[in-house]
Design a protein around this ligand. Structure first.
Ligand code: MSP
Length: 502
């Protein structure tokens, strides 16, 4: 048994979460649940990134003080994660006292090492990204400088600030990027080539309080607040009790996996690796990067105004589990995925309803009708067993490699095999088809166990209905469950009629 630490980005609570945020969060949840099934002690962290200019402005526009506003919004995020069955262990808020303490401690340490100096910064800023863009990074259109992500005009900012000597970590960062941390690998190469091209420049890490008052005060100068990104990144260490419980801290820090979207790769590599080194911490074990969900080619998001709501999907597919399944079924780390209700409808109907739903219903009905619901262990079909074993092995490899879509296809292959086996053995023709039904139930149990990280409620429901338990990966072999008590033959999924998104 090992330990495992998985994090999501902490989201800006300036608006409610949409399916883009749900996508990352579900991915991290699948990883957390999978590691738990493997027997690991898991710490799963998510939360909200509550400081900075964006939040300050949004709260002001709503006529609220920022704290009142973020208090409300943090609850909204929690409500959505409850709705989607996200099994986080801590929901961190950057306004939490222990986090603010960590930020101060960490920055005091960096300051005392002479890695922070005062200067003047002049640059083009995007408030939606909370980031500066240098020439070559922004888009020039009609005499205007636009943010490459949001395509909104950038603001010229010139102010007194403190800089972090990121440049002195250039070799270190490059060295870390050539290791096996960033996954998929090509994202590390993107960061490396940016560093090769532009060098690693020092970054501005404070804002004058007169402009951004909503932030953690710089420990060495009360007229400045800490830049929201530096504040935010440190959440990953404050959640473990930075500089407090060293034993627990190290145990989890050594196995930290950050799940992020590709938009925040630079901060989670170049900036984060250097900040960690500046406080004597090793880089994360893994940074798992995924691409975007797009609509007509544009990243779904509030700034682009093309949000697809979580409620819409949950209502359409009648619950969290199908949404979790569908988002992961079409997930991709390397390429953007275009959102398509037609595609989701079709996968819902043909995979969830036709393959899995039908299988569970058929085997349940037959077990009740032919064997009074009691199906004891009997001889294993060796040919079927070999096929299932191979698929289980492949699924485990795929899950360990964060290949969620491929893993789901493999799991559904288990169900396809089970359906084919039922058709071949024709238990409806027999008086007491114990062998056929036991073997089929074993396939259902194994597939359902593998599906549990994706569809926890459905897996639990199927286990209850058919009379088995989902315990651990140890049970992923035929013959591991000795006696089924089928109490129900549920209809798991009602088909949807295809139509366009509203
Ligand atoms: N607050 C920062 C993160 C700080 S982490 C130390 C931030 N927040 S955010 O609210 O903008 O969330 C960004 C993350 O949401 C992305 O990195 C990505 O994981 C997820 N996504 C938001 N929209 C998305 C899509 N359209 N598609 C895929 N993921 C998306 O950045």
């Amino acid at each position: 048994m090992g330990t495992f630490y998985v994090t999501t980005p902490i989201y800006y609570p300036n608006a409610e979460p949409h399916i883009g945020h749900a996508y990352t969060t579900i991915m991290a949840d699948v990883i957390a649940r999978w590691r738990r099934l493997c027997g690991d002690e898991v710490f799963f962290l998510t939360g909200t990134d509550e400081h900075g200019l964006k939040l300050q402005k949004t709260a002001e526009e709503k006529g609220l003080d920022p704290k009142t506003f973020v208090d409300r919004m943090a609850e909204v995020f929690k409500r959505y994660w409850r709705l989607l069955n996200i099994s986080y262990d801590r929901f961190i808020r950057t306004t939490d006292e222990d986090h603010v303490e960590t930020v101060k401690k960490a920055l005091s340490k960096i300051y005392s090492r002479g890695l922070i100096y005062k200067g003047v910064y002049r640059g083009w800023y995007c408030t939606s990204c909370e980031a500066f863009y240098a020439p070559g990074e922004y888009i020039e259109e009609g005499g205007k400088k636009l943010c490459p992500t949001h395509r909104k005009p950038l603001e010229l900012i010139e102010e007194e600030t403190y800089f972090f000597k990121l440049s002195s970590f250039e070799n270190y960062v490059k060295e870390q990027l050539s290791k096996d941390i960033v996954y998929p690998r090509f994202y590390a190469k993107e960061v490396l080539s940016k560093i090769e091209r532009d060098g690693l420049r020092d970054i501005s890490i404070t804002r004058p309080k007169t402009r951004v008052y909503w932030g953690v005060e710089a420990p060495w100068d009360p007229n400045h607040t800490i830049y929201v990104w530096i504040d935010a990144l440190l959440n990953y260490v404050s959640a473990l009790g930075y500089d407090e419980d060293h034993e627990r801290f190290n145990r989890f820090w050594n196995v930290v996996h950050h799940v992020i979207g590709k938009d925040i790769l630079w901060f989670h590599t170049a900036v984060w690796f250097a900040v960690l080194a500046a406080i004597d911490l090793p880089p994360p074990r893994k940074v798992v990067v995924h691409a975007f969900i797009t609509l007509k080619g544009l990243k779904i998001g509030k700034s682009a105004g093309n949000v697809v709501s979580i409620d819409y999907l949950v209502n359409r597919y009648g619950g969290a589990d199908p949404v979790r399944y569908l988002l992961m079924r079409f997930s991709s780390l390397d390429k953007d995925v275009e959102f398509s209700v037609e595609q989701l409808d079709s996968a819902y109907n043909t995979e969830l309803a036709d393959i899995y739903g039908n299988l569970v219903r058929r085997v349940g009905v037959l077990a009740q009708k032919k064997l009074g619901g009691i199906v004891e262990a009997t001889e294993i079909d060796r040919e079927l067993e070999a096929k299932i074993r191979e698929r289980v092995e492949k699924t485990r490899e795929l899950l360990n490699a964060f290949k969620f879509s491929e893993a789901l296809i493999m799991i559904f292959d288990v169900f396809r095999e089970a359906n084919a086996y039922l058709n071949k053995t024709e238990p409806w023709r027999e008086e007491a088809p114990r062998r056929s039904l036991y073997n089929t139930l074993e396939c259902v149990r194994i597939g359902t166990t593998l599906l549990q990280p994706f569809m926890p409620n459905t897996a639990e429901r199927v286990a209850k209905a058919l009379g088995f338990e989902i315990r651990s990966v140890e049970d992923l072999r035929m013959g591991a469950w000795s006696s089924y008590r089928v109490v129900e033959a549920p209809i798991l999924f009602k088909k949807v009629r295809s139509g366009s998104a509203s």
